[in-house]
Design a binder for this molecule. Structure first.
Ligand code: FAD
Length: 458
């Protein structure tokens, strides 16, 4: 077998040559790869993580693309058991096909926004969040999982059975074993009415609180990203979603691929017009009705950088890199003020940004949300040239530093630019987590580029 060059989908800034790429078709085959391979193993889903987590240099990389069966759907308990490589699109297709015209059908609680072709085990391993107004990270939705250990043994883990391993595997970035299947807790599907308003950053969390109290279940705030405007990071669009008896109108406005690309182009070429047009589009969707399973699905073109280069008539390769910071809610307005100052510096403009509200994760071993948090997401433009990249990296580190100053933290999964001091400040359990890793996997059978980089430096 030839070595294979892999990279992440979104930023394309993490090339990695793996010794071999294997696509197991069953959990037994995955277990056999793991127990017979004498070297190290990495695990990849759809490779959207940008910190080097989904693969490792010189490893056998197990790709989960062929593990896509739905194994069980328990309509009494409201759970579905799937193989690890099932994506959100595949899961929803299954649930909708199986429950056509069923009253009180089961659906999902939360998924990531911004991209849909993401696996459920990738979501579990990063302990993702959606845009629920009163939701903890994804661990809340997991009933149980099966995981292959370094010796090839397959263990069932839940809150009752092997709870310590359950807490490590969720949010464990593929380092505590290969998840072969997981059982997801479902909710009753319903329709949601979107309510959109233009408000300032200072008003966001009081609005989230009062709208949640009125029954709104999901929501986010998309802020002005034009650094030349006095409204930069200060004004934005709040969209929340409340259950309704109404059904979607046939004439509803939805973004097409071309419109999505046009907004992306404007965010690069005419940032003022870009934000204003995007805001006006969103305001025009006020009152529209969405299926609770589908409201977090949207347009995403994985080859957006190629389209963008053609539209901008440039040969300079540029992509986007996401960073996500969490700060205690009372500190949010001040954090945004300070972040605006930092982000106005040269290089790496913000192309898109959004804010969510997260409930604490009291279950996983390495939680990123220890208290109720404001979650702030920035998509920065990364021009693939050394000076531009180093300016961007300074901004990523600066933003993490700001989050720390305000008593916050950052999300491990997006990029690998955090310094070791920042990692330790934001994840005080990190040394204990490493100890668990050493005890459970003394030969580092499961590794990846992010982990290898961190442990090499420590
Ligand atoms: C455009 C975009 C939007 C995003 N939006 C959000 C968002 O709204 N909320 C959010 O929380 N995150 C978001 N993310 C981050 C994303 O959720 C994570 O990167 C997610 O893990 C990607 O899923 P994947 O299938 O691509 O997994 P990969 O990137 O391939 O893998 C992610 C991690 O999971 C591990 N893994 C995968 N499969 C297994 C398995 N079977 N067993 C053990 N470990 C495994 C990998 O080793 C790796 O550490 C976004 C990312 C992008 C690029």
């Amino acid at each position: 077998m030839e070595p294979v060059l892999l990279n992440d989908v979104h930023s394309q800034l993490n090339p990695c040559r793996v010794r071999q790429l294997a696509l197991p078709e069953s959990s037994d085959e995955a277990a056999s790869f793991i127990s017979t391979w004498s070297g190290r193993v990495s695990i990849s889903g759809r490779r959207h993580s940008m910190g080097g987590q989904p693969y490792g240099a010189e490893t056998l990389c197990l790709d989960t693309t062929r593990l896509v069966h739905v194994l069980d759907f328990d309509t009494i308990a409201g759970t579905v058991t799937v193989e690890c490589g099932v994506t959100w699109e595949q899961l929803i297709r299954f649930l909708h096909a199986r429950q056509e015209s069923v009253a009180g059908a089961w659906g999902i609680h939360q998924k990531q926004t911004g991209a849909d072709d993401l696996t459920l085990a990738g979501a579990l391993s990063a302990n993702i969040h959606g845009r629920g107004l009163s939701y903890a990270p994804f661990v809340q939705d997991i009933a149980s999982l099966r995981v292959i250990q370094p010796d090839g043994q397959i263990l069932l883990c839940s809150r009752e059975s092997k709870p310590a391993l359950f807490r490590l595997v969720i949010g464990g970035y593929g380092l505590f074993g290969f998840v072969t299947e997981l059982t997801l807790r479902l909710r009753r599907r319903c329709y949601l009415r979107r309510q959109v308003q233009s408000i300032s950053s200072a008003e966001v969390f009081p609005a989230f609180e009062s709208l949640a109290a009125e029954g709104h279940q999901y929501g986010d705030y998309q802020f002005n990203v034009d650094e030349n405007s006095s409204d930069f990071l200060h004004a934005g669009i709040l969209a929340t979603y409340c259950p309704t008896d109404a059904t979607p109108a046939k004439s509803q406005r939805n973004l097409s691929n071309q419109e999505w690309l046009a907004f992306l182009e404007l965010a690069h070429s005419n940032r003022q017009a870009g934000y204003q047009k995007y805001r006006d589009f969103y305001l025009s969707t006020d009152g529209q009705v969405y299926d609770s399973d589908l409201h977090a699905f949207g347009v995403y073109l994985s080859d957006y950088s190629r389209h963008l280069a053609a539209r901008l008539r440039t040969f300079r390769l540029s992509t986007l890199m996401i960073t996500e910071l969490f700060v205690p809610i009372p500190a949010f307005p001040e954090f945004m003020e300070a972040a605006a100052g930092l982000l106005r510096r040269a290089g790496a403009p913000v192309i898109y940004g959004t804010v969510r509200r997260i409930e604490p994760d009291r279950e996983t071993f390495l939680p990123w949300a220890r208290t109720r948090m404001a979650c702030i997401i920035f998509n920065l433009r990364m021009v693939h040239e050394p000076t531009e990249l180093s300016r961007a990296i300074d901004k990523f580190r600066g933003l993490i530093e700001l989050a720390i100053v305000y008593g916050g933290t950052y999300y491990l999964t997006y990029h690998r630019y955090a310094t070791d001091q920042q990692l330790r400040a934001c994840y005080p359990e990190f040394d204990l987590w490493l100890k668990e890793k050493r005890e459970r996997d003394p030969e580092n059978k499961f590794t990846n580029d992010w982990f290898a980089g961190v442990t090499r430096r420590l």
